[in-house]
Design a protein around this ligand. Structure first.
Ligand SMILES: [Zn+2]
Length: 210
């Protein structure tokens, strides 16, 4: 894991990652609790020069990652409906939405919008169960903020370091677009689910613009 500050329950990214992304030479980079950029990579390329964007490599990486996660695309349901509403608020097409088992984390796939114009967001099944509609809106709204701010400088195969400023910016953009309530509800719910142990969520609540 690169640069991560995880304070997740057992079903968080750490366990998912260690189960699913520990094939030869693979690590899971850029995965953050509370909304993330999903970008596994080859360890060998971590220290190498950045390669030019390759759409075929990106597509292959996305398919492999989604397959490894056991993620399936959905076209209806609570998360889909909330995401559709969010996309409208952002004035964007609805991203492809995938649900994967066990986790309550979420991520978007770095540079995925370059492939299909819409982008891809993956949602842990338990996020749908444990976050009410308002908090889910804040959570998905945060991912959507990442997605529309993504310059595709990093792709699916690249190393993405967690950047607290990027997280705060995504929260702020979500709050500007959707209102403060869903973003606050999302971060407060994370604190409840982690029994107040998530310093990241606490910090992000503090730096939310009023
Ligand atoms: Zn994030």
């Amino acid at each position: 894991m690169g640069g991560e500050q995880l304070a997740a329950p057992e079903e968080g990214w750490v366990s998912v990652a260690s189960r699913l992304f520990t094939g030869p030479g693979r690590i899971l980079a850029g995965i953050t609790l509370l909304g993330a950029i999903l970008a596994p990579q080859d360890i060998a390329s971590a220290t190498g020069p950045a390669s030019p964007f390759n759409i075929q490599a990106q597509s292959g990486c996305e398919a492999e990652m989604l397959g490894n996660m056991g993620a399936r695309e959905v076209f209806s349901g609570k998360a889909y409906d909330v995401l559709a509403e969010i996309a409208r608020a952002y004035g964007r097409a609805i991203p492809h939405l995938y649900i994967f088992p066990r986790s309550w984390n979420m991520a978007y796939i770095a540079a995925s919008a370059v492939v299909d114009g819409r982008g891809k967001i993956v949602v842990g099944q338990q996020a749908i169960e444990r976050f009410d509609t308002l908090a889910l809106k804040g959570f998905l709204g945060h991912e959507m903020a990442h997605l529309i701010s993504d310059s595709a400088a990093r792709g699916c195969n690249d190393y993405v370091l967690r950047d607290p400023q990027m997280e705060a910016d995504a929260d702020a953009l979500a709050a500007r677009t959707l209102g403060m309530r869903p973003v606050k509800a999302f971060l407060e719910r994370v604190l409840v689910l982690t029994e107040g142990q998530n310093g990241d969520a606490r910090h992000r609540l503090e730096v939310l613009p009023r």
